[in-house]
Design a protein around this ligand. Sequence first.
Ligand SMILES: Cc1cc2nc3c(=O)[nH]c(=O)nc-3n(C[C@H](O)[C@H](O)[C@H](O)COP(=O)(O)OP(=O)(O)OC[C@H]3O[C@@H](n4cnc5c(N)ncnc54)[C@H](O)[C@@H]3O)c2cc1C
Length: 330
Amino acid sequence: MEDTADLRALIETIAAETGFSGDIRGNEPMAAHTTFTVGGPADCWVRPAGDCFPGFAAALLPAARTAGIPLFILGGGANLVVADAGIRGIVLDTSGWTGVEVADDGPGIFTVRSGTAVDDAAAAAAEQGLGGLAFLAGMPGAIGGAVWMNARCYDRQVSDVLLRTEVLDWSPLDGSFRRVWIPCRSEEFSYKRSPFQKRDAAGFSPLILAAEFGLEKREVSDIRREMAAHRRDREEKGHYRYPSAGSVFKNSRDFGKPTGQIIDELGLRGYTVGGAQVAPWHGNIIINTGNATAADIRKLMEEVAEKVRETTGFVLEPEIIFAGEWEGTA
Ligand SMILES: Cc1cc2nc3c(=O)[nH]c(=O)nc-3n(C[C@H](O)[C@H](O)[C@H](O)COP(=O)(O)OP(=O)(O)OC[C@H]3O[C@@H](n4cnc5c(N)ncnc54)[C@H](O)[C@@H]3O)c2cc1C
């Protein structure tokens, strides 16, 4: 375990130098910041509020990297299972870094700060008569996480509309973290993959600051109708009934059918470990029925994957991310 008081002192020094406003807390329960509502304490959790975010992050990241302190970047916490033992080191929460901008100099150029909730970004684009984010309406999480995951639904994925991503990335030239805009090259994105998932030798991946989208102009009422239909569909599919992180396993063309259907056909709906349960209405969603631990969720996933492997030979790949200290690893 990192020394929480030392981490706090480091963060508070950087905060004082960078005009920080926001929250800094030691031993912050991650259950409060994930849609599964599980996860033990982060040694130190920091959420910059508003415009101080990039300057603070540009000072924090190199300091943490140089000192060998692990740093986890938190979006909306909608695709995570954080270990019951929590997260060692620093959690940088992006949820205070929000806002959107419509460019004057190009039709449909829409820029979103990474902490903005996906649903808010889609709604703000719709108000401008820009339709290309409507497919994401109702999806939990923030824009940074959606770009990082190349989130997809309703046959579209984030990289279909992404033009450029602004990141804070480590430079081997001088050890600083620099703000750079990276053009979206479609060949670098694929199913639930983005180039931002790569880590450097110190275990750091780029911090996504903003995403620039190219969105088609449409009637506001049409966009609103499409968004309402997606939200309704998610409601009908039970997405919001219990705490979850959406689909737990990836789909694969090799299976010839959706992963949820494979799990359904094995009769595993309702299968339970502790407080974690395969949703009684959908094979590829695991829910927290009230008192699940992260260990329950992981064990349930492992048991489901094993039953699928034994019966069909298919190897399921988790879509959700296991974060934090699992079995002694940070
Ligand atoms: C009910 C429900 C339905 C869902 N439906 C879908 C769906 O239809 N399609 C789909 O793709 N997903 C779905 N999800 C999963 C989730 O909403 C998406 O994966 C979302 O994009 C995750 O974003 P987040 O901000 O919550 O990321 P987090 O869960 O906070 O983080 C995910 C990963 O992204 C990294 N990350 C986050 N922000 C940044 C940043 N600014 N810079 C660098 N790295 C960052 C984190 O370190 C982590 O590794 C669903 C989840 C729920 C709960």
